[in-house]
Design a protein around this ligand. Structure first.
Ligand SMILES: [Zn+2]
Length: 327
């Protein structure tokens, strides 16, 4: 099912990129106290590990185990068995095997949980898609891929032209939240997609996090998430189709509530106070120049004053939602 060429392509591209950045990213320890593996076999295993494991790890998540233990376990596998942090080999099988054969079997073991793999390139942007859910609806899968190519280049151009053009989507059954972005990878919950198959603008929100790329302590989380949801509101491809909207203002809210509440406040600010405000804040956050003073510099008022103004006339905003059906 999974074409070998593509897998090799993935491993080589991710592997090389990862190793070029950090040499000591992943380590392998071969535990072989009774010395049943010969020197050449050990060197083949180490080589295969260095080439293959980074690609596996990028699909596994940033919490994946980086220090890996390899053990001989003839009663557990007839060839090679692998999961995060743990590799088992059969010493009888591996005896005298060529590097090519070890590589192939290693690859097979590492990608066992992948039920779908594809990579697509269009107009200078690439998306690698891995699903670990054999039941992922092919229509949902295609919608996620299409949404990436529709929205991501727009966000990159508008907010951060230096952002990566090479993104990885992973649909994982073991992941329990909705979705999250880290580095160039977006992790989607298989269960969430199953329950919310129309919510394709999760892609818009999450790819905006890649574009944001603020790094650590650039600003408060509510601001990062508020911007991502404002961008989903503004650029999303089908917010009507997923029944996604910005909640009406009430006095119990705060701009620190984050997500859609903050996003509605931003929509109001863009229309009533300063057009382009969100893009300016985004730039400052990325440059690590954002402070509370940024609001005063950009609008003449601090954030609490702006929120008070919003509370006095919250419905003075014209909200329009994207609707794929009407296109
Ligand atoms: Zn988010």
């Amino acid at each position: 099912m999974i074409k070998k060429f593509f897998i090799l392509f993935l491993f080589v591209s991710f592997g090389v990129a990862t190793m070029a950045q950090k040499k000591r990213d992943f380590t392998i320890t071969i535990a072989d106290p009774s010395n049943v593996l010969d020197v050449e076999t050990k060197s083949h295993l180490t080589f295969a590990f260095n080439v293959l494991y980074p690609g596996f790890a990028s699909a596994d998540g940033y919490r994946t185990k980086r220090d890996v233990m390899l053990e001989v376990a003839n009663n557990e596998t007839e060839t090679i068995k692998a999961k995060a942090g743990e590799i088992k080999v059969n010493s009888e099988w591996i005896k005298g095997k060529s590097l090519k054969k070890i590589n192939a079997e290693f690859k097979e073991a590492l990608t066992k949980s992948w039920s779908f793999y594809s990579t697509k390139k269009s107009r200078g942007y690439r998306l690698t898609f891995i699903s670990k859910d054999p039941l992922l609806d092919p229509i949902v899968r295609q919608n996620l891929i299409d949404t990436y190519f529709e929205i991501y280049p727009t966000l990159v151009k508008k907010f951060n032209p230096k952002s990566t053009h090479d993104v990885l989507f992973v649909v994982d059954t073991a992941y329990k939240a909705v979705a999250e972005a880290s580095g160039n990878r977006i992790l989607f919950s298989a269960n969430y997609l199953k329950a919310h198959p129309t919510d394709i603008d999760v892609v818009t929100h999450e790819t905006m996090h890649i574009v944001q790329g603020y790094g650590y302590s650039a600003g408060p989380v509510w601001l990062t998430e508020g911007i991502a949801d404002y961008v989903r509101y503004q650029y999303g491809v089908d917010n009507v189709g997923s029944k996604w909207s910005l909640p009406a203002y009430n006095t119990k809210q705060s701009y620190k509530n984050s997500y859609r509440i903050t996003a509605r406040f931003f929509a109001w600010l863009e229309q009533n106070v300063k057009s382009g405000l969100v893009a300016s804040l985004d730039q400052q956050l990325r440059a690590h120049q954002y402070t509370e003073q940024s609001w005063v510099n950009l609008t003449g008022k601090n954030i609490d004053q702006l929120w008070d103004d919003y509370g006095k006339n919250p419905d003075k905003v014209n909200l329009k939602y994207s609707d794929k059906k009407s296109k």
